[in-house]
Design a protein around this ligand. Structure first.
Ligand code: ADP
Ligand code: MG
Length: 321
């Protein structure tokens, strides 16, 4: 099988909303009247973003999920994506699994594949997503306000928990490991929540590198500080039963600096608290209040007694030494 047969067999379907899909030099997309494009790319590199043990269907899911998560963080509605793929060889079992995982998540969100590029090389998956958002409605990192509550969606720390089990630094019983592994390999992009938070949240980001580090991006762009509480790490909807099995200090590291969570971290004025809960209920995901934005720069992490902790929660940086 050659490059073009591969594209035709695994990555071509009839266009739905696109004016023109796979097959020509460009795809053609027509935004809904009055909408803006929200565009984002994310790359997954073998050995760096995923383990070789990852089933191909999970990889297909994750490659799109991490991109949809960026649209969610802006409050955009997914429309289309492109897929640039470097493959070491043509492995039909792999392509079948990968494309199944990809199509399943794409269909769930009505997001269609409109083009891409395919080449031979070390396994590398790069997706670019296109979403729609009304002008001025995108939730941006720079729009946090002093006094805003800080929230996180879903649960944090599970992907790192699974990674540490794979690395052999931790062990878990089978059901807890399976639950954590699903969070690592098949994260759920909070697409509905992101759209429901438009006009409710001020600033938002999705957690890819670690909660504290990603909150740092909001603080830097908004030129503000924050106080983070940690009592929620002891017991709240944001901590899964699997993570609950760890002692509190290890749980803190996973929850605050684990990374790969693909949950939304967002800020909203205190008078929006009911609207935040309504958005969470409407989209079927929990949200947990974990702190407050302050006019003073800097980030304080408080222990269960409200005392500032001195330890650091370093987040992931591909170029850090
Ligand atoms: P070009 O020669 O213009 O670079 P290609 O030969 O790379 O075009 O691709 C042919 C067509 O197949 C294009 O429409 C391109 O968008 C599409 N395509 C290539 N690879 C993929 C892929 N992995 N997924 C979806 N579409 C793809
Ligand atoms: Mg090309």
């Amino acid at each position: 099988m050659g490059e073009f047969d591969l594209i035709a067999r695994y990555f071509t379907r009839a266009p739905r909303h696109a004016v023109l899909g796979v097959g020509d030099d460009c795809a053609l997309l027509q935004p809904q009247p009055g909408m803006q494009w929200a565009v984002s790319s994310d790359m997954l590199v073998d050995g760096r973003h995923f383990l070789s043990t990852t089933p191909p269907a999970h990889l297909g899911h994750k490659a799109l999920a991490v991109n949809l998560s960026d649209l969610a963080a802006c409050g955009a509605k997914p429309v289309a994506f492109t897929l640039a793929l470097a493959l070491p060889q043509i492995d039909e079992a792999w392509l079948k699994g990968f494309s199944q995982g990809l199509w399943a998540l794409a269909d769930e969100h009505g997001c269609e594949l409109v083009g891409g590029d395919t080449t031979q090389g070390p396994l590398n998956i790069c997706i670019t997503v296109f979403g729609e958002v009304p002008p001025g409605d995108a939730m941006l990192r720079q729009h946090a306000q002093a006094g805003d509550d800080i929230y996180v969606s879903g649960t944090v720390g599970d992907a790192r928990l699974a990674l540490e089990v794979f690395r052999g630094t931790l062990s878990l019983d089978a059901p807890h490991f399976e639950a954590a592994r699903i969070r690592m390999e098949q994260p759920t992009p909070r697409v509905a929540l992101g759209q429901a938070l438009r006009g409710v949240a001020n600033a938002a980001i999705d957690i890819s590198d670690g909660l504290v580090g990603d909150l740092g991006h909001i603080l830097q762009r908004s030129k503000l500080g924050a106080v983070l509480t940690t009592d929620w790490v002891a017991d709240s909807a944001a901590i899964s039963p699997a993570l609950q099995t760890l002692p509190l200090n290890r749980r803190l590291d996973m929850a605050l600096a684990g990374g790969d969570d693909y949950e939304l971290l967002f800020t909203a004025a205190p008078d929006q608290a009911d609207a935040v809960q309504d958005a969470a209920n409407a989209s079927g995901v929990s949200v947990t209040c974990i702190g407050r934005i302050t006019a003073n720069a800097g980030l304080q992490v408080l222990d269960a007694h409200g005392v500032a902790m001195s330890r650091r929660f370093a987040s992931f940086d591909h170029f850090a030494r």
